[in-house]
Design a protein around this ligand. Structure first.
Ligand SMILES: Nc1nc2c(ncn2[C@@H]2O[C@H](COP(=O)(O)OP(=O)(O)OP(=O)(O)O)[C@@H](O)[C@H]2O)c(=O)[nH]1
Ligand SMILES: [Zn+2]
Length: 205
């Protein structure tokens, strides 16, 4: 079964977009009007197609990918942390529509099923598409994994640079925002929680 998280369905209301209301021509005309209103000239070979390119780029960055959340039987009864570290992602902050760029660490303690490892990266990419708030994205990944895998616990940590506060405004270039979410045994059991925190402390950066 193919799923699209953060896109159609409840996720669409959170910033990810579906096909409803989408009209490339109307969006390109609006982009042209915006650029002209900002005082940008659209004369010349390079700029003629800029409104349409802007629209297509935004559309691409706002559309969540589809993926199959393949799971397998936990035949060996694996009961330790499974972690994928340094998953690169970018998203668009919903306040300025500027990128925030960073890495995710996603971990879980399996229950009856183990998930295909790439799916831990897919779910990050999927919730990154759309207009986002880093705290919400972190919680959405954790909650989605709890729901889909029915694991014993989940831990998610995102570290990202928000270009809206590094390229403009406060100009805090290089400042990193760190957010985390723990569910199940990683939130409740001190041994699991310490293991999770130890893993994070070994992460570069
Ligand atoms: N909590 C949170 N805040 C965010 C995120 N992305 C951007 N922001 C902040 O959203 C806030 C929007 O504040 P405003 O004061 O309305 O925006 P602004 O006038 O452009 O403010 P400055 O960015 O400080 O120049 C800023 O402080 C941003 O840094 C996020 O993922 N989480
Ligand atoms: Zn912003």
């Amino acid at each position: 079964m193919s799923v699209q998280v953060g896109g159609v369905g409840p996720g669409a209301a959170l910033g990810g977009i579906g096909d409803e209301g989408w009209c490339e021509g109307r969006a390109a005309a609006a982009a042209e009007a915006l650029l002209v209103a900002l005082g940008v000239s659209l004369e010349g070979e390079h700029r003629r197609g800029t409104p349409l390119r802007l629209v297509r780029a935004l559309r691409e960055m706002l559309t969540p990918p589809r993926f199959d959340p393949t799971c397998f039987d936990n035949a060996e009864g694996y009961d330790e942390l499974v972690a994928v570290e340094a998953v690169p992602f970018f998203s668009l902050c919903e306040h300025h529509v500027l990128p925030f760029v960073g890495t995710a660490t996603v971990a879980y303690v399996p229950g009856q099923r183990i998930v295909g490892l790439s799916k831990l990266a897919w779910v990050v990419q999927s919730f990154a598409r759309g207009l986002q708030v880093q705290e919400r994205m972190t919680a959405q990944i954790a909650d989605w994994l709890m729901e889909q895998l029915e694991p014993r616990g989940v831990g998610v940590r995102l570290r990202a640079e928000h270009l809206c506060m590094s390229l403009r405004g406060a100009r805090a270039t290089g400042a990193i925002t760190s957010t985390s979410a723990c569910r199940g045994v990683i939130a409740q059991e001190s041994v699991r929680r310490e293991e999770w925190l130890r893993l994070l402390s070994h992460m570069p950066g």
